[in-house]
Design a protein around this ligand. Structure first.
Ligand SMILES: C[S@@+](CC[C@H](N)C(=O)[O-])C[C@H]1O[C@@H](n2cnc3c(N)ncnc32)[C@H](O)[C@@H]1O
Length: 410
């Protein structure tokens, strides 16, 4: 820490009344609450206890957000011209993400938080990183900020919603803040409802017929994407799913919205229902009216409407990978590259994953090695990958009957 940073630290601690420390993340140096002071009994840092929220476990999430902003602004602008992306972060915490967007993606950023200490930290962190001229800071309710953006002539390229829990309460205002085209980047940490552990909350929050499948993490992603598609359509936007994934304990989606009734109708056509059969492990998409397993006739777990299309855009993944290879400063560079490489292949398979441990328990047999299953499926001419969603999961294009046959041969 240089003398100037040490002076800033002292000023913050005096003004805010809590201790801070300087952390490095990506190219940014940011002051955050001193993490050692907020440890649980098991000595693990609990970010929710800190006076301003900073979670080092979200570095991977922020790394991908930076790459996305770089890739999107460089290659995906409709006018074909590269220009500084405008990014709005209505729930900014310490401002680490906002500062990184400004520093690492050359963005013009609007950062906001309802909490006064957070706002103070965002302003100081912008100064420490010399990006105050790229960062406008507000202290408003997130929805108030979003609904006031047009009046301020701010038309975001990307709105990044990274809340406590669900992004659903901010979705309508975020959609309405966009111009003809823009991206919603959403994090959801309310995985208990989304994965089907809390069925009533799932129904209330995301307006779906709730269920718990064996592909619960993919279900979580497909519910959130499906919900975004439906909300966007009601405002006359079609959607392009650029990247949607599950990591650690959250869902993250990047969806491009494009104005147009026809586009909106087409996007709605990508919705459907997912099915899981506890009798034979059947996994797939079904019609709204299917109640019985098409394979064994057992009663199905049915969930929907959910998104049934590809969970990434291959061209976008290529851009992200290219940017990732150029960005060695990323906080979790190796993890980012290996995830993007694996996910690029996985996205080609739209059918939900099989949880091999669950299906083997249904079939009352020992679990073969996951790689053995993948190789055998490939040898029979099917696409197959180990899934990034779960170490016990396999994604394949094989039909259920074929999958069971191959499994039984191992
Ligand atoms: C999960 S943290 C944000 C973390 C941040 N995006 C990052 O990457 O480090 C959520 C933030 O939302 C703020 N917040 C909660 N409710 C809000 C609201 N209604 N309007 C604006 N900010 C809010 C909290 O003060 C908190 O700082």
């Amino acid at each position: 820490m240089n003398t100037w940073e040490a002076r800033m630290k002292e000023t913050v601690e005096r003004e805010l009344g809590f201790q801070v420390e300087l952390v490095h993340e990506g190219l940014a140096r940011v002051l955050v609450p001193k993490m050692d002071l907020y440890l649980r009994e098991d000595k693990v840092y609990e970010p929710a206890w800190a006076p301003v929220f900073y979670n080092p476990r979200m570095r991977f999430n922020r790394d991908i957000a930076i790459l996305f902003a770089r890739a999107y602004s460089a290659h995906w602008k409709s006018n074909g011209k590269e220009r500084e992306p405008v990014i709005v972060e209505p729930l900014a915490g310490t401002g680490v993400r906002a500062v990184r967007y400004a520093l690492e993606a050359g963005a013009q950023v609007v950062a906001n938080d309802i909490d006064s200490s957070a706002v103070k930290l965002i302003e100081l962190n912008a100064r420490i990183n010399n990006v105050s001229d790229r960062l406008q800071v507000f202290q408003l309710d997130a929805n108030e900020l979003l609904s006031g953006l047009k009046r301020k002539s701010v038309y975001p390229d990307i709105v990044d919603i990274d809340p406590f829990g669900s992004p659903a309460p901010y979705l309508d205002a975020a959609i309405q803040s966009l111009g003809r085209r823009g991206v919603l980047a959403l994090t959801a940490t309310d995985t208990a409802p989304l994965t089907g552990t809390h069925l009533r909350a799932l129904r209330r929050r995301y307006d779906v017929e709730p269920a718990r499948t064996a592909w619960e993490k993919e279900q979580a992603v497909r519910i959130l994407v499906g919900y975004v598609i439906r909300r966007a359509a009601s405002y006359g936007y079609g959607t392009r799913i650029l990247l949607a994934y599950y990591a650690d304990y959250y869902v993250r989606v990047y969806v491009e919205l494009l104005k147009g009734a026809k586009r909106a109708d087409e996007s709605l056509n990508t919705l459907g229902y997912g099915g899981y059969c506890p009798g034979c492990g059947y996994t797939g998409y079904i019609s709204k009216y299917t109640t019985r397993c098409p394979y064994c006739g057992h009663e199905l777990q049915r969930i929907g409407p959910i998104y049934t299309g590809p969970l990434c855009d291959k061209e976008m993944l290529d851009h992200l990978l290219r940017e990732a290879h150029k960005s060695e400063w990323l906080a979790e560079h190796e993890r980012v590259i290996s995830f993007l490489e694996a996910y690029r292949e996985e996205c080609e398979i739209e059918k939900p994953y099989y949880r091999i441990d669950k299906i083997c328990s249904i079939l009352r047999r020992n679990m073969p090695k996951i790689n053995q299953i993948v190789n055998k499926l490939k040898a029979h001419g099917h696409k197959a990958v180990r899934s990034t969603y779960d170490p016990r999961a396999v994604k394949t294009t094989a039909k259920h009957s074929e999958f069971l046959k191959i499994l039984s041969e191992l």
